[in-house]
Design a protein around this ligand. Structure first.
Ligand SMILES: [Zn+2]
Length: 445
């Protein structure tokens, strides 16, 4: 992202804070003497200006590894440069890598720097905390720029060029959409929850930005700067929000949390989370439909019998046989995974009386990346809940204790039968209603 935009976005995030938050941060306009040399080439006149300047953090740090390695405490695992934006599994920025975005690498950034940032604030080392906030602001802002979403050679692999060359990365970095201040929200009552929710906002923005790539490429090709600007406005605005929430939550965690803000954080709706390692369901494909089942390629409402007859489900996931997907949780952020599962009671094709279709949930304290076509993920991934779905049966609520779980896996697996030498399998429409992470056990849905 261009330097000017980093500064505009950093300043806007700071301006979005309440007077109370700014007071807790209690920053001075001057760059402190013990800050890294690369920040000292400019003297800001105000705190807003300083936060804008700090948002340039990684660009100011330098591009040559030998310059960067001198800054031990601003490296990942004290050895690896922090990526500009979304990282691949090897912790490199995806833009210059051959691999795609990796959720675990993204999480590592926040696991390393957020606890340190909050700890500094709690100890009154506010200026040190601001340096880390600047570092993270830079990463979050770069992650919102369309040239930082995936290996950049894919632009040319997907859109081969003949007569004219377009430098998409630079074109995307140079857009200057109009962005506004935001209203930050609290991202957690604990550091693990802060890490989880901030990482999740970044992943949601990544998905949003990915959906803008094709229209943005077309806007570049037709030299339509206005369209490009308005497309990029959304992810940029989201990044301003993420950074403002970062400042606000760090302030709250180092002082006092308003009770009314706490109330909104008792649960986390998993339909808003980004799932990973999605095993396709043959009848649905590689999609996990939100609030719908898919019948003959059409999105239809979720309907479930929770004991009082068919009810529409306003928030849930539509599943089918061989679907499996996982979430990377943050140990200590939430205590339970809850929801209600059953067969759709409106869309009943392929439901047979004696069918064997299992719904199960597995947990692993590590991040499980196993991919299999059998939906068997090894002994580390422990099955903690299983039920066989039967036509006419009421939906089943569940509540799973999470402990130190990082991997939460949900799957629908049919166990085919042989009849007269022919294999019989079933692909019913399954509804997972109100899947959510909960801090303390509440009444089941
Ligand atoms: Zn950068």
């Amino acid at each position: 992202m261009a330097g000017m935009m980093h500064q505009v976005m950093g300043r806007l995030s700071w301006e979005s804070l309440s007077e109370k938050d700014k007071k807790i941060w209690n920053l001075k306009p001057e760059i402190p003497d013990d800050s890294p040399e690369f920040l000292k080439s400019y003297q800001p006149a105000t705190v807003e200006e300083k936060i804008g300047w700090y948002s340039l953090f990684l660009d100011l740090m330098g591009w040559r590894t030998k310059e960067i390695v001198r800054c031990g405490k601003f490296l990942l695992d004290s050895s690896h440069p922090v990526p500009h934006g979304l990282p691949s599994a090897s912790l490199d920025a995806v833009g210059t890598d051959e691999k795609l975005f990796d959720t675990f690498a993204w999480r590592m950034l926040f696991r390393q720097f957020l606890p340190l940032l909050v700890e500094n604030l709690r100890q009154g080392k506010n200026e040190q905390a601001a340096l880390l906030a600047g570092l993270l602001a830079h990463v979050i802002q770069d992650a919102a720029s369309l040239g930082h979403l995936f290996p950049n050679r894919l632009f040319y692999d997907l859109f081969p060029e003949e007569k004219f060359h377009l430098d998409y990365h630079t074109l995307f970095d140079q857009v200057t959409p109009e962005i506004k201040p935001v209203c930050p929200v609290l991202l957690g009552t604990s550091i693990p929850e802060f890490i989880f929710r901030l990482a999740m906002l970044g992943e949601q923005n990544y998905q949003k930005a990915l959906s803008l790539i094709v229209p943005a490429i077309h806007a570049c090709q037709s030299e339509n700067r206005e369209v490009l600007k308005s497309l990029c406005q959304i992810p940029f605005q989201n990044a301003v929000f993420q950074v403002a929430c970062l400042f606000h939550t760090a302030a709250a965690l180092s002082s006092t949390i308003e009770p009314e803000e706490k109330q909104n954080l008792e649960t986390f709706d998993l339909t808003t989370a980004v799932e990973h390692y999605l095993h396709p369901a043959p009848r649905y494909g590689s999609i996990l439909p939100r609030n719908h089942n898919i019948v003959n390629n059409r999105f239809v409402p979720l309907v479930l019998d929770c004991g009082k007859g068919p009810q529409p489900i306003s928030c849930g996931l539509g599943l089918s046989s061989f679907h499996s997907f996982r979430y990377l949780l943050e140990p200590g952020a939430f205590d339970f995974f809850q929801g209600t599962v059953g067969l759709s009671c409106h869309y009943r094709e392929d439901q047979k009386k004696d069918m064997e279709v299992e719904f199960f949930i597995c947990l692993d304290n590590g991040w499980n990346r196993t991919i299999t076509s059998d939906l068997e993920y090894g002994p580390e991934l422990k099955k903690v809940f299983s039920c066989f779905l039967q036509p006419g049966q009421s939906a089943l609520p569940f509540s799973i204790e999470l402990g130190q779980t990082q991997t939460l896996l949900v799957a629908v697996l049919p166990h085919p039968k042989k009849e007269k030498g022919k294999e019989i399998c079933w692909y019913p429409h399954v509804v997972l209603a109100y899947p959510r992470l909960v801090k303390k056990e509440k009444e089941k849905h």
